[in-house]
Design a protein around this ligand. Structure first.
Ligand code: SAM
Length: 282
């Protein structure tokens, strides 16, 4: 089949990143966003929400390894985990590789994302059929306000701070997250780009500093989000992400990763100087 179709993610009014599309697999519009799944030439299948790239088969492991294994290897015994967003299933897939995790609740607002991924991106979504994953279609903001459950680790795998994801970057949400974490709980969140979204990182870290005694930013290299260098925030009630991390545990787990490893775990918290400067004094 011959196709001249390209998909382009635009960032503000000065940057566009284009990917060659072989085939459009799904296009829909939910009450929250547009949802597209395309087969690309160089990056495998790709999920886009509102025209922004969420996941590609080629590099999703980097994002999903780093959002999940960093907190799960710092917490000494994570049993009950909550994922907010993450409708493609990649984060929940990594969470349940930890045998200590008895239950992973995932609260995704948009059923269309889950169904499109289950049908077209089994690489990430097939794990959603696992009996240890409890999928709730609903608003994560509401969920953390109302739940009586306590979680060891909460992972906020959200879209950018627009539409329904906007409150996921605010203080009221993180106060509720704090309340539904156990006394030694950890929350990790999608923390945007240091190159292009320093103001969002500053505002998110300010919010976390107001709520949590320990907050950090760590980063990883990705292939498809603008700027290449991408970040996660790590906030915790007790644990330090490096001094409370035991590299031996990674080895003993017997898990095999394509991105994450023990030296990289600690190295990810070493930030470029322009990022340290941008985040100093918050
Ligand atoms: N890896 C991705 C990225 O950073 O581009 C994020 C992946 S995941 C697809 C993001 C999900 O967050 C979307 O499916 C979106 O529907 C969901 N989401 C946004 N706001 C939400 C909310 N308030 N509650 C639950 N899920 C939400």
């Amino acid at each position: 089949m011959h196709s001249n179709l390209w998909v382009e993610e635009k960032f503000e009014d000065f940057l566009g990143i284009k990917f060659k599309v072989e085939k459009v697999l799904f296009s829909g519009k939910s009450e929250f966003q547009t949802v597209d799944v395309v087969e690309t030439k160089g990056h495998g299948k790709m999920l886009l929400n509102d025209g922004l790239i969420m996941v590609t088969e080629r590099d999703e492991f980097a994002y999903h390894d780093m959002i999940s294994h960093v907190p799960l290897f710092v917490h000494p015994d994570p049993k009950n985990v909550l994922v907010i967003g993450g409708g493609d299933g990649g984060t929940a897939r990594e969470v349940i590789r930890h045998q200590s995790v008895k239950k992973c609740t995932m609260v995704e607002i948009d059923v269309m994302v889950v169904e499109a991924c289950k049908e077209h991106i089994p690489q990430t979504a097939s794990a959603l059929n696992n009996e240890r994953i409890h999928l709730i279609i609903g608003d994560g903001v509401q969920f953390v306000k109302e739940t009586k459950e306590k979680f060891d680790v909460i992972i906020v795998d959200s879209t950018d701070p627009i539409g329904p994801a906007q409150p996921l970057f605010g203080e009221a949400f993180y106060r509720d997250v704090f309340n539904c974490l156990t006394d030694d709980g950890i929350v990790v969140a999608q923390g945007e780009s240091s190159w292009y979204a320093m103001e969002i990182q500053q505002s998110l870290l300010k919010v976390l500093n107001n709520v949590f005694p320990k907050t950090y930013l760590y980063s990883f290299s990705n292939l498809t989000y603008p700027g290449g260098l991408w970040s996660f925030t790590f906030a915790s009630k007790q644990y330090h992400p490096i001094s409370d991390f035991s590299p031996e545990r990674v080895e003993k787990s017997g898990l095999n990763f394509d991105y994450y490893n023990a030296p990289l775990h600690s190295a990810a918290f070493a930030l470029p100087s322009f990022v340290n400067k941008g985040l100093s004094g918050l």
